[in-house]
Design a protein around this ligand. Structure first.
Ligand code: SF4
Ligand code: SF4
Length: 205
């Protein structure tokens, strides 16, 4: 194939992919707009089930010989800012109450003053999600937000540790469908960092 033909073909593929992504995004937007918002925790639970199913379907595309390296007890990613939507906060609050958990509210309150850009300015201990337990596991695993569900890597877990300075070696496994699903939810329901949405949700009876 000469250079012009090759350039035409790859430009065509990019256009095709962009159109496919737009269609996936629009489909998810429509689903979010049509969702029944009366029962916020139920809505979030349904979206989490859909996300898990999507990730399961797309997992066949994990490149051979490059398994997902995420696992229980690996928690560098739980020290960063997590964007969620209000219904996910309502589900987390319900889970906290039902399970009798006692998240560190003082830390949550301190965290609520930070943004994605300033998160790393907190003391290292304060950067950890309030749901991270002493064994490095998620204490709200069944109700964890979609942002946490779809963050999966194929690289050495040590690369995720920002203190190590190897984040440029992170090899993320990506499901475009999952990304579009989450972008649409954040767009329709509104987004904020977990501490900012969780605090008021915990205060509601
Ligand atoms: S994203 Fe990184 S830090 Fe988080 S569980 Fe996976 S390997 Fe561990
Ligand atoms: S909700 Fe769970 S998985 Fe998500 S950041 Fe917190 S501890 Fe980690």
């Amino acid at each position: 194939m000469d250079d012009d033909l090759e350039a035409d073909s790859s430009a065509g593929q990019r256009r095709k992919k962009a159109a496919w992504l737009r269609a996936v995004y629009e489909r998810n937007l429509a689903q979010c707009r049509a969702a029944d918002t009366a029962d916020a925790p139920a809505l979030a639970r349904k979206a989490h089930t859909a996300m898990d199913a999507q990730l399961q379907r797309d997992s066949v595309s994990v490149p051979e010989g490059k398994p997902i390296r995420c696992g229980r007890g690996c928690s560098h990613c739980c020290h960063g800012p997590v964007e969620i939507w209000p219904q996910e906060a309502a589900l987390l609050a319900q889970f906290v109450r039902d399970a009798g958990l006692r998240p560190d509210l003082a830390r949550l309150e301190r965290q609520s003053h930070y943004t994605v850009e300033t998160w790393r300015e907190q003391a290292v201990a304060d950067q950890a999600c309030v749901f991270l337990d002493h064994e490095g596991a998620c204490s709200v695993y069944a109700a964890r937000p979609n942002t946490c569900r779809k963050l999966l890597v194929m690289s050495d877990p040590a690369c995720c540790d920002v203190q190590q300075g190897r984040t440029d070696e992170i090899d993320r496994w990506f499901s475009w469908e999952a990304e579009m699903m989450e972008v649409a939810a954040l767009e329709v329901f509104g987004m904020a960092l977990l501490p900012r949405l969780l605090l008021p949700a915990l205060q509601q009876k």
